[in-house]
Design a protein around this ligand. Structure first.
Ligand code: FA5
Ligand code: MG
Length: 441
């Protein structure tokens, strides 16, 4: 697997079964990033699969979003793709996901899963949880980071990790971006589901646009005062009980484990992992909300818990979906296998075309990052790229470092021709050379 660390966690070993060498990626970078990454990614992808989709405006949460220079300026919420603007690093491949809202389709695995989680909360909390699944994914830097206490120098703020529309606006990289505003609006129990965006590595469980559900529950002192526990211990116990109950509701018996972790917005913090395809898969992060967040948003004497779960990750386990790209498939052979209310119907692969591997080696430079490489590859190959994996890494006597990446091309729906693959690989090599300024070997 490529170098992958959860955006908000402290660095720790990933649970990948892959034994590929890991890049020593710095996770804590200065917050004021040079615009290098953004500048590098401005160029339009050569094989643009989403051009038509990108041409039209889409509506999300009552807000119209359109590509630069597009229609109806007066109601334009924002231009999200701004070629030539170094403060913007949103490519068309990402813009093309806007407004699709897979989680709001009742016959889609993500919609089926969302509704089943709703059922659990409705049943166990008699409708106390308010549900939001249509909040606009364009949020301010303040909402996405400051409001949830992400430090100024935290790596998740970098242009390497997050899609910036401009210096003050991002595509939310987690649904936690809505915690503060909902608290201020007086909500004490809520679920927020939405598409989130991250510049990330490429493999079968990571995708630059995925879906999260945030859960949040506030307790008042009278709820824990008789328990013999302090507020934090009470909330932590309730959180684990609630999520274990949810896991049982979704899976019945499944092998799972709690892992201690770090998030800036919770303390203590935990991750829940589920055993899947011979490995532990991280499916959610959670914890007891930092007091400062409650205090800043009008809940001084309360405690709260919060969780953020990855819908795709859970759905992959529940429906036996082997690759995260499949969620985006419009192929009838995929979509027709799922229907409203039917959780856990096992997906039957309709085709298994072999992957085609292409290796490329180059001398890296100081600016090189794997996320930038993945963005270039994704811009050219779109969903035809299955994995980008570092397979060799060495430094010579002159101090030059060479990386060899193996790119796996595979369509979920059809067989690819040699010519098509060679073409993509040629384009990848050209763009890697020109945009990332590395020296091909
Ligand atoms: C967060 O995003 C925190 N906001 C979660 C949270 C909320 C913690 C509230 C505490 C309180 P993290 O970066 O670990 O944490 O992502 C949460 C989940 O999203 C992961 O467990 C995983 O299931 C999923 N996820 C993360 N990155 C990807 C990706 N690239 N593709 C698919 N799913 C992903
Ligand atoms: Mg995580």
């Amino acid at each position: 697997m490529a170098a992958t660390l959860p955006a908000f966690s402290a660095p720790r070993c990933s649970c990948s079964s892959s034994s590929s060498p890991r890049l020593p990626l710095p996770r804590f970078l200065p917050s004021a990033q040079p615009p290098a990454a953004a500048t590098l990614l401005r160029g339009r992808a050569r094989l643009q699969t989403s051009a038509a989709a990108a041409a039209a405006a889409v509506e999300v949460g009552g807000v119209k979003i359109a590509r630069e220079g597009n229609v109806e300026m007066s109601i334009l919420r924002s231009d999200v793709v701004k070629e030539g603007d170094p403060t913007n690093n949103v490519p068309d491949t990402i813009y093309s996901k806007f407004g699709l809202q897979l989680h709001r389709r009742d016959n889609h695995p993500l919609g089926i899963l969302k509704n089943t989680i709703y059922d659990y909360f409705d049943k166990n909390f008699s409708g106390q949880f308010n549900k939001f699944d249509d909040l606009c994914p364009l949020v301010s830097v303040k909402q996405n980071f400051d409001d949830v206490l992400v430090p100024a120098d935290h790596v998740s703020r970098s242009y390497n990790d997050t899609y910036y529309v401009d210096a003050q606006t991002v595509l939310r990289c987690h649904t936690s971006a809505h915690q503060a505003e909902l608290l201020r609006d007086g909500h004490t129990h809520f679920l927020v589901t939405g598409d989130v965006y991250r510049r990330d590595s490429i493999d079968s469980t990571h995708y630059p646009c995925f879906h999260q559900m945030e859960g949040f529950r506030v307790f008042s002192p009278d709820e824990w005062s008789g328990s013999g526990m302090d507020g934090t211990a009470y909330a932590a116990a309730d959180l684990k009980k609630t999520l274990e109950g949810l896991a049982e509701h979704l899976f019945g018996a499944v092998e799972m484990r709690w892992v201690d972790t770090y998030f800036p917005f919770t303390n203590p913090s935990f991750e829940l992992e589920i055993y899947f395809q011979d490995d532990w898969l991280e499916v959610l992060g959670c914890g007891v909300t930092e007091q400062e967040i409650l205090k800043n948003n009008g809940r001084t004497d309360n405690v709260a818990w919060a969780f953020g779960l990855g819908l795709e990750r859970l759905a992959m386990v529940l429906f036996d979906i082997p690759d995260i790209r499949l969620f985006w498939s419009n192929d009838k052979r995929f979509t027709s296998q799922f229907s409203e209310g039917k959780l856990g119907v096992k997906f039957k692969p309709f085709s298994k075309f072999p992957p085609c591997y292409k290796d490329m080696s180059f001398w890296i430079n100081e600016e090189f990052t794997e996320n930038n490489l993945c963005e270039v590859v994704r811009g050219i190959a779109g969903d035809l790229v299955e994995e980008v994996k570092l397979i060799d890494n060495f430094t010579n006597k002159k101090g030059m470092t060479s990386h060899c990446y193996r790119i796996a091309y595979r369509s979920m729906e059809r067989s690819l021709t040699d010519e098509e693959i060679n073409d993509m690989q040629w384009n990848v090599r050209e763009e890697v050379k020109n945009k990332l300024k590395v020296e091909l070997r």
